[in-house]
Ligand binder design. Sequence first.
Ligand code: DX5
Ligand code: ZN
Length: 231
Amino acid sequence: MTWLRPHPTEEAAIAPSLLAADFSRLREEIRAVEAAGADLLHLDVMDGDFVDNITMGPVVIRGIRKLASLFLDTHLMVTEPQRYVDAFRKAGADGITVHAEATADLARTLDAVRRTGAEVGLSINPATPLEPYEALLDSIDLLLVMSVQPGHGGQSFRPEVLPKVERAARLRRARNLRFAIEIDGGIDPESATLARRAGVDVLVAGSAIFRHPPYAARIAALRGAARRLST
Ligand code: DX5
Ligand code: ZN
Protein backbone atom coordinates (compact mmCIF):
# COMPACT_ATOMS: atom_id res chain seq x y z
CA MET A 1 0.00 0.00 0.00
CA THR A 2 1.00 3.53 -0.66
CA TRP A 3 -0.82 6.84 -0.65
CA LEU A 4 -0.23 6.96 -4.38
CA ARG A 5 -3.05 5.18 -6.09
CA PRO A 6 -4.38 5.35 -9.60
CA HIS A 7 -7.04 8.07 -9.68
CA PRO A 8 -9.94 7.98 -9.68
CA THR A 9 -10.39 4.64 -7.93
CA GLU A 10 -13.63 2.88 -7.17
CA GLU A 11 -12.93 2.45 -3.47
CA ALA A 12 -11.71 4.97 -0.91
CA ALA A 13 -8.79 3.89 1.27
CA ILE A 14 -9.59 3.71 4.98
CA ALA A 15 -7.00 4.88 7.52
CA PRO A 16 -7.99 4.19 11.15
CA SER A 17 -6.48 6.79 13.48
CA LEU A 18 -4.84 5.00 16.39
CA LEU A 19 -5.47 8.04 18.58
CA ALA A 20 -8.90 6.61 19.37
CA ALA A 21 -7.60 3.08 20.08
CA ASP A 22 -7.13 1.57 23.53
CA PHE A 23 -3.38 2.07 24.07
CA SER A 24 -3.30 -0.53 26.84
CA ARG A 25 -4.19 -3.08 24.15
CA LEU A 26 -2.25 -1.68 21.21
CA ARG A 27 -1.23 -5.03 19.77
CA GLU A 28 -4.83 -6.32 19.69
CA GLU A 29 -6.15 -3.02 18.35
CA ILE A 30 -3.66 -2.97 15.48
CA ARG A 31 -4.27 -6.62 14.63
CA ALA A 32 -8.01 -6.02 14.77
CA VAL A 33 -8.07 -3.10 12.30
CA GLU A 34 -5.65 -4.92 10.01
CA ALA A 35 -7.90 -7.97 10.01
CA ALA A 36 -10.95 -5.72 9.55
CA GLY A 37 -9.69 -4.43 6.20
CA ALA A 38 -7.93 -1.14 7.00
CA ASP A 39 -5.70 0.11 4.18
CA LEU A 40 -3.32 2.29 6.20
CA LEU A 41 -2.66 3.12 9.83
CA HIS A 42 -2.90 6.83 10.69
CA LEU A 43 -0.58 7.99 13.49
CA ASP A 44 -1.18 11.38 15.10
CA VAL A 45 1.96 13.00 16.45
CA MET A 46 1.27 16.06 18.64
CA ASP A 47 3.90 18.14 20.42
CA GLY A 48 1.99 20.34 22.87
CA ASP A 49 3.09 23.40 20.87
CA PHE A 50 1.67 23.30 17.35
CA VAL A 51 -1.42 21.84 19.04
CA ASP A 52 -2.23 21.78 22.75
CA ASN A 53 -2.27 18.00 23.04
CA ILE A 54 0.73 15.64 23.36
CA THR A 55 0.62 12.12 21.94
CA MET A 56 3.39 9.90 20.57
CA GLY A 57 6.93 10.30 19.29
CA PRO A 58 9.43 8.15 17.38
CA VAL A 59 9.89 5.73 20.30
CA VAL A 60 6.22 4.75 20.25
CA ILE A 61 6.15 4.59 16.47
CA ARG A 62 9.11 2.23 16.51
CA GLY A 63 7.01 -0.08 18.69
CA ILE A 64 3.97 0.28 16.42
CA ARG A 65 6.18 -0.57 13.43
CA LYS A 66 6.92 -3.95 15.00
CA LEU A 67 3.21 -4.65 15.47
CA ALA A 68 1.84 -3.40 12.15
CA SER A 69 2.29 -4.50 8.59
CA LEU A 70 0.18 -1.67 7.13
CA PHE A 71 1.57 1.55 5.64
CA LEU A 72 2.26 3.95 8.54
CA ASP A 73 0.61 7.26 7.63
CA THR A 74 2.34 9.62 10.05
CA HIS A 75 0.66 12.98 10.64
CA LEU A 76 3.07 15.41 12.31
CA MET A 77 1.25 18.13 14.24
CA VAL A 78 4.52 19.60 15.49
CA THR A 79 6.27 22.95 15.18
CA GLU A 80 9.30 23.00 12.85
CA PRO A 81 8.81 19.37 11.78
CA GLN A 82 12.04 19.34 9.76
CA ARG A 83 13.81 18.74 13.07
CA TYR A 84 12.21 15.32 13.37
CA VAL A 85 11.65 13.86 9.91
CA ASP A 86 14.76 11.66 10.03
CA ALA A 87 13.80 10.29 13.45
CA PHE A 88 10.27 9.42 12.30
CA ARG A 89 11.54 7.78 9.14
CA LYS A 90 14.05 5.72 11.12
CA ALA A 91 11.25 4.72 13.48
CA GLY A 92 9.37 3.21 10.54
CA ALA A 93 7.06 5.87 9.10
CA ASP A 94 6.16 5.14 5.45
CA GLY A 95 4.51 8.49 4.76
CA ILE A 96 5.33 11.69 6.66
CA THR A 97 2.86 14.59 6.56
CA VAL A 98 3.84 18.06 7.75
CA HIS A 99 1.62 21.09 8.32
CA ALA A 100 1.93 24.16 6.11
CA GLU A 101 1.37 26.32 9.20
CA ALA A 102 4.15 24.67 11.22
CA THR A 103 7.23 25.88 9.40
CA ALA A 104 8.59 29.03 7.78
CA ASP A 105 10.33 27.01 5.06
CA LEU A 106 7.80 24.56 3.77
CA ALA A 107 9.51 23.71 0.46
CA ARG A 108 12.72 22.79 2.30
CA THR A 109 10.79 20.75 4.83
CA LEU A 110 9.00 18.77 2.10
CA ASP A 111 12.40 18.22 0.52
CA ALA A 112 13.79 16.93 3.79
CA VAL A 113 10.94 14.42 3.98
CA ARG A 114 11.61 13.34 0.38
CA ARG A 115 15.29 12.79 1.15
CA THR A 116 14.41 10.33 3.95
CA GLY A 117 12.79 8.08 1.35
CA ALA A 118 9.32 8.45 2.89
CA GLU A 119 6.30 9.51 0.86
CA VAL A 120 5.67 13.24 1.25
CA GLY A 121 2.47 14.67 2.73
CA LEU A 122 1.35 18.29 3.14
CA SER A 123 -1.51 19.20 5.48
CA ILE A 124 -3.59 22.35 5.83
CA ASN A 125 -5.81 23.35 8.75
CA PRO A 126 -9.51 24.16 8.20
CA ALA A 127 -8.82 27.92 8.13
CA THR A 128 -5.79 27.68 5.83
CA PRO A 129 -6.44 28.38 2.15
CA LEU A 130 -5.03 26.08 -0.52
CA GLU A 131 -3.98 28.79 -2.99
CA PRO A 132 -0.59 29.71 -1.45
CA TYR A 133 0.48 26.07 -1.65
CA GLU A 134 -0.75 25.17 -5.12
CA ALA A 135 2.73 25.44 -6.61
CA LEU A 136 3.86 22.68 -4.25
CA LEU A 137 1.23 20.18 -5.38
CA ASP A 138 3.56 18.71 -7.97
CA SER A 139 6.13 17.86 -5.31
CA ILE A 140 3.92 15.97 -2.85
CA ASP A 141 2.38 12.50 -2.68
CA LEU A 142 -0.49 13.44 -0.38
CA LEU A 143 -2.57 16.51 0.43
CA LEU A 144 -4.23 16.16 3.84
CA VAL A 145 -7.17 18.52 4.26
CA MET A 146 -8.05 18.84 7.95
CA SER A 147 -11.79 18.81 8.57
CA VAL A 148 -11.43 19.71 12.27
CA GLN A 149 -8.98 21.93 14.13
CA PRO A 150 -6.11 19.50 14.85
CA GLY A 151 -5.41 18.44 18.41
CA HIS A 152 -8.19 16.10 19.45
CA GLY A 153 -10.29 13.23 18.16
CA GLY A 154 -14.06 13.12 18.40
CA GLN A 155 -14.85 16.59 16.97
CA SER A 156 -17.56 17.39 14.44
CA PHE A 157 -16.82 17.39 10.72
CA ARG A 158 -16.53 20.85 9.12
CA PRO A 159 -18.09 20.69 5.65
CA GLU A 160 -16.80 24.17 4.76
CA VAL A 161 -13.40 22.60 3.95
CA LEU A 162 -14.85 20.59 1.06
CA PRO A 163 -14.37 23.30 -1.59
CA LYS A 164 -10.60 22.98 -0.96
CA VAL A 165 -10.86 19.25 -1.70
CA GLU A 166 -12.81 19.99 -4.89
CA ARG A 167 -10.25 22.56 -5.97
CA ALA A 168 -7.32 20.21 -5.28
CA ALA A 169 -9.04 17.45 -7.27
CA ARG A 170 -9.61 19.87 -10.17
CA LEU A 171 -5.99 21.02 -10.14
CA ARG A 172 -4.81 17.43 -10.02
CA ARG A 173 -6.78 16.62 -13.14
CA ALA A 174 -5.79 19.80 -14.95
CA ARG A 175 -2.09 19.35 -14.21
CA ASN A 176 -2.11 15.58 -14.52
CA LEU A 177 -0.65 15.12 -11.03
CA ARG A 178 -0.75 12.00 -8.88
CA PHE A 179 -0.99 13.13 -5.25
CA ALA A 180 -3.66 11.50 -3.14
CA ILE A 181 -6.21 13.59 -1.21
CA GLU A 182 -6.87 12.65 2.41
CA ILE A 183 -9.35 14.08 4.88
CA ASP A 184 -9.05 13.90 8.66
CA GLY A 185 -11.47 14.79 11.44
CA GLY A 186 -15.06 13.91 12.17
CA ILE A 187 -15.29 11.27 9.45
CA ASP A 188 -18.25 8.91 9.80
CA PRO A 189 -20.35 7.24 7.09
CA GLU A 190 -22.29 10.46 6.46
CA SER A 191 -19.32 12.85 6.17
CA ALA A 192 -17.39 10.14 4.28
CA THR A 193 -19.98 10.36 1.51
CA LEU A 194 -19.59 14.14 1.26
CA ALA A 195 -15.79 13.92 1.33
CA ARG A 196 -15.72 11.26 -1.31
CA ARG A 197 -18.04 13.24 -3.60
CA ALA A 198 -15.66 16.19 -3.29
CA GLY A 199 -12.71 14.04 -4.45
CA VAL A 200 -11.15 12.47 -1.35
CA ASP A 201 -9.15 9.23 -1.79
CA VAL A 202 -8.12 8.45 1.78
CA LEU A 203 -10.47 8.72 4.77
CA VAL A 204 -8.99 8.98 8.27
CA ALA A 205 -11.36 7.84 11.00
CA GLY A 206 -10.65 7.52 14.71
CA SER A 207 -13.80 7.57 16.83
CA ALA A 208 -15.99 6.26 14.01
CA ILE A 209 -14.00 3.01 14.01
CA PHE A 210 -12.53 2.44 17.47
CA ARG A 211 -15.60 3.57 19.39
CA HIS A 212 -17.92 1.40 17.29
CA PRO A 213 -16.86 -2.25 17.26
CA PRO A 214 -16.92 -4.58 15.45
CA TYR A 215 -14.36 -2.79 13.32
CA ALA A 216 -14.94 -4.80 10.14
CA ALA A 217 -18.55 -3.64 9.95
CA ARG A 218 -17.55 -0.03 10.57
CA ILE A 219 -14.79 -0.07 7.97
CA ALA A 220 -17.16 -1.68 5.48
CA ALA A 221 -19.79 0.99 6.27
CA LEU A 222 -17.28 3.77 5.66
CA ARG A 223 -16.12 2.18 2.44
CA GLY A 224 -19.69 1.62 1.28
CA ALA A 225 -20.72 5.18 2.10
CA ALA A 226 -17.70 6.43 0.25
CA ARG A 227 -18.12 4.33 -2.87
CA ARG A 228 -17.52 6.60 -5.81
CA LEU A 229 -20.77 7.65 -7.37
CA SER A 230 -20.84 7.56 -11.12
CA THR A 231 -21.76 11.23 -11.40
C1 DX5 B 1 -6.96 15.28 15.00
C2 DX5 B 1 -6.25 14.09 14.37
C3 DX5 B 1 -7.17 13.08 13.83
C4 DX5 B 1 -8.09 12.43 14.83
C5 DX5 B 1 -9.34 12.06 14.11
O1 DX5 B 1 -6.03 16.27 15.26
O2 DX5 B 1 -5.42 14.52 13.33
O3 DX5 B 1 -6.47 12.09 13.08
O4 DX5 B 1 -7.54 11.30 15.41
O5 DX5 B 1 -10.25 11.59 15.05
P1 DX5 B 1 -11.82 11.51 14.73
O6 DX5 B 1 -11.97 10.58 13.56
O7 DX5 B 1 -12.36 10.97 16.00
O8 DX5 B 1 -12.29 12.91 14.42
ZN1 ZN C 1 -4.53 12.98 11.97
